[in-house]
Design a protein around this ligand. Structure first.
Ligand SMILES: NC(=O)c1ccc[n+]([C@@H]2O[C@H](COP(=O)([O-])OP(=O)(O)OC[C@H]3O[C@@H](n4cnc5c(N)ncnc54)[C@H](O)[C@@H]3O)[C@@H](O)[C@H]2O)c1
Length: 282
């Protein structure tokens, strides 16, 4: 590699990143991109075994990664991970709060939300992000530097779907993601004076285990797609909703995160960046 490509590949050399939900889907893509650009990556997930597999895959090349089991709804487990990462790598430069769920357990079998859906989305998607950020904040303030990047969703920006449509089960999710965007802006206000930026990335539609569950739910309740496979339901959704006509990949989201974590983004804070093929424009 030469020229700009080589510079880009070392863009995050020496930086340490912590990524929650790093064992699967988007989080895994973020870990791969950050590691490929030179960062040492702490892969944090509820599923410790899968986090280990991701860390091993990343470490197979030149890059360095370690894995940690933690539940983002348990602040003590996040404090513990932050302490271990600092012990291992010396510091933390980048915090990516990505862990999230679409709804509560068993949601594919119902079309209307329940208390479980509100509890799961608020405690994991919103409070989990707040706790993850709070767990690294003191360390970053002490260093006078840091990049916080929270994974929201474009569904957190504006409501979609007619009342009573299939979208109802996703309302608690969308509200939790709107909360993540609002929280991130507050964080940017709070932490700017310490040289720390805080931004959100709003992915659009990606074929991950999360979207596969959504497709299964649609297959059950939407007669117009009953004969399609989950992947065909996803592809149809892309064709109908995405101007660029293609889904995003976990690496597309990783590229946006890497940009926000890089020196190129040093004066960007309090923003929410859509990475969605133009599916929603704001
Ligand atoms: N897939 C999409 O189309 C899409 C679109 C917009 C936003 N997002 C957001 O991107 C993020 C990742 O989604 P994904 O599609 O990769 O989902 P995924 O289900 O593939 O991965 C989520 C990961 O989070 C982990 N996790 C769940 N609960 C946790 C907890 N309490 N503590 C720690 N880890 C936990 C899971 O074990 C899993 O590894 C989520 O915040 C999601 O809302 C996804």
């Amino acid at each position: 590699m030469s020229g700009a490509g080589a510079v880009l590949s070392r863009q995050l050399a020496g930086r340490v990143a912590i990524v929650t939900g790093g064992a699967s889907g988007i989080g895994k893509g973020i870990c791969r991109v950050l590691a490929a650009r030179g960062a040492m990556v702490a892969v944090v997930d509820l599923d410790g075994e899968a986090a280990g597999a991701t860390a091993e895959e990343i470490s197979a090349g030149e890059a360095r990664a370690a894995h940690f089991q933690a539940d983002v709804t348990d602040r003590a487990s996040l404090d513990d991970v932050v302490g271990q990462v600092v012990d291992l790598y010396g510091h933390i430069d980048i915090c990516v709060a990505n862990a999230g769920v679409i709804a509560g357990p068993g949601f594919t079998e119902r079309r209307d939300y329940t208390d479980d859906d509100w509890d799961a989305t608020q405690s994991i998607n919103l409070r989990g992000v707040v706790s993850t950020n709070d767990a690294v904040k003191a360390h970053m303030i002490e260093r006078g530097a840091g990049r916080i990047i929270n994974i929201a969703s474009h569904s957190g920006r504006t409501p979609r779907g007619a009342p009573g449509s299939l979208g109802d089960i996703q309302i608690p999710y969308s509200v939790s993601k709107a909360g993540v965007i609002q929280w991130t802006m507050h964080l940017a206000l709070q932490l700017g004076q310490h040289g720390i930026t805080a931004n959100a990335v709003c992915p659009g539609t990606l074929w991950t285990p999360m979207w596969e569950r959504i497709a299964n739910m649609r297959k059950r309740f939407d007669e117009s797609v009953r004969d399609l496979s989950p992947r065909e339901i996803f592809d149809r959704h892309i064709g109908l909703n995405v101007p660029l006509g293609r889904p995003q990949t976990p690496e597309d989201i990783g590229n946006a995160v890497a940009f926000l974590a890089s020196d190129d983004a040093r004066v960007i804070t309090g923003q929410a960046l859509n990475v969605n093929g133009g599916a929603m424009m704001n």
